[in-house]
Design a protein. Structure first.
Length: 354
């Protein structure tokens, strides 16, 4: 039987003993649907931000949909989103029957380009994604636009002294299986605006109402919430481990390979560690080199997944995103990696010949 270190997956959740105990306590409590654990998660966020209101939901997609709905986005409104992003963002906009307006991204952070945003007209809202943990420049957007901060890949990341999510009108989060904190699925909206969060909660509470409006069951279960809260209690440990792994990779990177801006920050909260190769040929050769060494890496967003390509728009209008899609590779960075696995991955990176 081969060594387990020789088949390292790109993603793997770390479920600790405390997580099992928290979930088991919910399972044996007699209440597993939305209840006390969901309320505890919502309170956890309000305490962390020291203000505001929050609503836990079934996914990051439902969180973005309802945050935009809470801002009054309606049929025909134009919502600016980065083209280098998950298609779930596109889905959330279409769920409102709004019109997505795609904007290219910056070559270093992969986040929405504020200058490109200034070149589009009649925008009702902007979704600023903190991509893989890098910080979108929301401050350059809020003077002219209503902004939702997508913190799905950067939960509780910091920008100087402030938590990401505090500058925009609302922040959305995801607890999908590959995220920094996970419940398998799940999402959340946080905002200073009580009316916005009340709109979100009104839509979530679809049953037993005295009057009817179309609503949908976007509730999170207490099973998910208990797992999420348990992991948040270890947030510092989880993020420190990710930062440690990132430093090992940075030290191992050969000349010719670079990395997404922010990965070298000591306070970075990284969902992914993304390496940038000079071109697609070297990127693909690097991926094969890592796989031959027992390390599974992924292209974080393939060219065909770029939102402008899904919508069959002219790729020449989005040159940065096209370039990033061809040159990037994401390495394993989850806390479940052992020290031996981190060393193996680092050595594999170091031994790559450009």
């Amino acid at each position: 039987m081969g060594s387990p270190d020789l088949n390292i997956p790109h993603n793997l959740p770390l479920i600790a003993t405390e997580d099992l105990e928290a979930v088991n306590a919910t399972l044996t409590s007699g209440w597993i649907a939305q209840g006390k654990a969901v309320s505890s998660l919502e309170s956890f966020f309000v305490e962390k931000y020291a203000q505001g209101f929050s609503c836990a939901l079934s996914s990051g997609t439902s969180a973005l949909f309802l945050a935009l709905k809470g801002l009054g986005i309606k049929t025909g409104d134009r919502v600016a989103i980065p083209t280098y992003a998950c298609s779930a963002i596109l889905n959330a906009v279409y769920m409102l029957q709004a019109k997505p307006v795609l904007v290219d991204v910056l070559p270093d952070t992969f986040c929405l380009d504020p200058q490109g945003l200034n070149e589009v007209q009649d925008i009702s809202a902007v979704v600023a994604v903190h991509t893989f943990g890098a910080k979108a420049d929301v401050q350059k957007m809020i003077d002219s636009h209503v902004v939702v901060e997508d913190c799905c890949q950067s939960v509780w990341g910091a920008d100087n002294e402030s938590l990401l999510g505090m500058v925009g009108s609302a922040a959305v989060f995801s607890f999908y299986a590959t995220k920094i904190i996970t419940g398998g699925q799940g999402g959340l909206v946080w905002s200073r605006d009580e009316s916005l969060v009340n709109t979100v909660k009104d839509y979530r509470q679809f049953d037993g109402r005295t009057f009817y409006e179309p609503r949908f069951n976007f509730q999170m279960s207490d099973i998910q919430a208990s797992l999420i809260v348990s992991q948040f209690k270890r947030f510092e440990t989880i993020t420190r481990r990710r930062q440690f792994i990132a430093r090992q990779y940075l030290d191992a990177l050969p000349i010719g390979l670079s990395f997404q801006k922010g990965a070298d920050k000591t306070d970075a909260v990284l969902q992914r560690f993304v390496v940038i190769a000079p071109n697609v040929s070297i990127r693909d050769r690097f991926q094969k080199h890592m796989l031959d060494g027992g390390v599974n890496c992924i292209v974080p967003i393939m060219r065909f997944e770029l939102l402008h390509n899904y919508l069959k728009l002219d790729p020449q209008q989005y040159p940065v995103a096209e370039n990033i899609a061809d040159r990037t590779l994401s390495l394993p960075i989850y806390p479940a990696l052992t020290d031996a696995q981190v060393k193996l991955i680092s050595n594999c990176i170091k031994n790559f010949k450009i």
